[in-house]
Design a protein around this ligand. Structure first.
Ligand SMILES: [Zn+2]
Length: 456
């Protein structure tokens, strides 16, 4: 038997363990064998992985691909080019585009654009606002991966639902079987301190961080846990930034709430000192926290409060990020930065430091995101019969991101510029097609496909 593709001479790592001298065989985009290299079939194409590590394709469940409507920042083609180069095989786009993804036809538009130009597989969330709760069943039918509510004002001017509307939305989403995620910051607390700080003339980058205190995040988590306990809804906390919020998630899990949570590499890598070192380049919402909150976030992650790693990849132009004057008036700058090409290196650097094992990393960065969002085992498993998505990594590669413009996004401002890493993705394979190897994106724009989800 001769199959389409075999990767051999690698250590295969899944959450269940590792196979040395292993490999994977692929036919028609599907995995047909996983195991020792010498037992794999012949293939039309053989990739020698050179002793590196092969893991199920990395899934980033939180990116802002900006299309439709904000293509001057990023689009499906550029975001998924960056994903391929970063070792990411599936991305999920956020709904605060233009138009916002709040109706079935807007979702279909977003999917059409992705089908036309994506390099890797993709999906999208739909937003729930104060104006579209009646649209939830139709949005579900149109194939959204899940739903998102922005608590408080955010980038994109999405009108936030009030607490009554959130309760009703949870009931309706519960009927779809899908999960509802939050931008969990209490808008009233933030608006109060933002106005106060601005009136006092506090304009430093660190002032932006302190205008969004940890209690704003923790309170929002606690309130949504209470609502989910009442309604039975499945909920998710995007971009948990603090130990206080992560500990609240842990308490919710302990009392049986179906809550999952995500954190991002920047909250684990930097402390708020980065605002004094790199200024508004590192401005993000929720903000990067102090060392105590970060240490407690790590503890909560290790103890299981945090399910998934994602980037909150959020490109803006250098002008919007005020890179020419990074310590200028923070209220003139914008929040967010790219992350698709530094998430795997950052997490592998933590593995190198012994913060967790390769297996524990793969679980949080591939298997759990697939499970949380209903894409498992098609994604995130490496099981025979599932999509042949995998990422080959060199865990020992030492390198520094010296020039952000070597990244593949349209706009590449990131606080990870200048940082040094141990580990990186060397080859990315999506449904059996090599989309990135030898430092080049070799896949075709338009190859990426929407991931079908079935929560029935
Ligand atoms: Zn985001």
């Amino acid at each position: 038997m001769t199959v389409d593709l075999v990767v051999r001479n690698c250590t295969v790592v899944t959450p269940a363990g590792r196979t040395p001298n292993g490999g994977v065989a692929v036919e028609d985009g599907t995995i047909v064998a996983v195991g020792r290299s010498d037992r794999l079939p012949d293939a039309d194409r053989v990739v020698d992985a050179d002793g590196n590590v092969l893991v199920p394709g990395i899934i980033d469940g939180h990116i802002h691909n900006r299309e439709p409507g904000l293509e001057y920042k990023e689009d499906w083609e550029s975001a998924t080019r960056a994903a391929a180069a970063g070792g990411v095989t599936t991305v999920v786009g956020m709904p605060n585009t233009d138009p916002v993804i709040d109706r079935p036809d807007h979702l279909e538009l977003k999917f059409e654009r992705g089908e036309a130009s994506a390099h890797v597989d993709f999906q999208s969330y739909a937003v729930v606002t104060s104006e579209n709760i009646d649209q939830i069943p139709a949005i579900d039918e149109a194939g959204a991966l899940g739903f998102k509510i922005f608590l408080g004002s955010t980038v994109g001017d999405v009108p936030p639902p009030n607490d009554g509307e959130i309760l009703e939305a949870m009931e309706r989403i519960g009927e779809t079987g899908k999960r509802l995620g939050f931008h969990e910051e209490n808008g009233e607390i933030i608006d109060h301190y933002t106005e106060q700080f601005q009136a006092e003339g506090r304009t430093k980058p660190i002032d932006h961080s302190h205008s969004r205190p940890v209690i704003a995040e923790q309170e929002a988590v606690e309130r949504m846990l209470t609502f989910a306990e009442e309604t039975g809804a499945k909920i998710h906390m995007f971009h948990v930034s603090s130990g206080s919020a992560a500990e609240a998630v842990a308490r919710g899990k302990a009392r049986g709430v179906d809550v999952t949570a995500e954190t991002c590499p920047h909250y684990l890598w930097f402390t708020e000192e980065v605002m004094r070192e790199k200024g508004n380049v590192a401005r993000v919402q929720p903000p990067i926290r102090d060392a105590d909150e970060q240490a407690r976030l790590w503890n909560a992650l290790e103890e299981g409060a945090i399910d998934t790693i994602a980037t909150d990849h959020a490109p803006h132009t250098p002008d919007e990020k005020k890179v020419d004057d990074p310590f200028g008036n923070t209220w003139d700058a914008i929040s967010g930065f790219v992350g698709l090409e530094t998430e795997v290196p950052a997490m592998l650097s933590f593995v190198d430091e012994g913060r967790f094992t390769l297996e524990e990393w793969v679980r949080r960065h591939s298997t759990r995101p697939a499970q949380v969002w209903g894409m498992y085992p098609q994604k995130g498993s490496l099981q025979v019969g599932t999509d042949a998505d995998f990422t080959i990594i060199d865990p020992d590669a030492e390198w520094t991101l010296t020039d952000r413009d070597t990244l593949h996004s349209k706009n590449c401002v990131t606080p990870f510029e200048g940082e040094s890493f141990t580990g990186k993705a060397v080859t990315t394979v999506v449904r059996g097609e090599v989309v990135y190897e030898d430092g080049d994106v070799v896949g075709k724009s338009g190859y990426g496909t929407r991931v079908d989800v079935d929560t029935e």
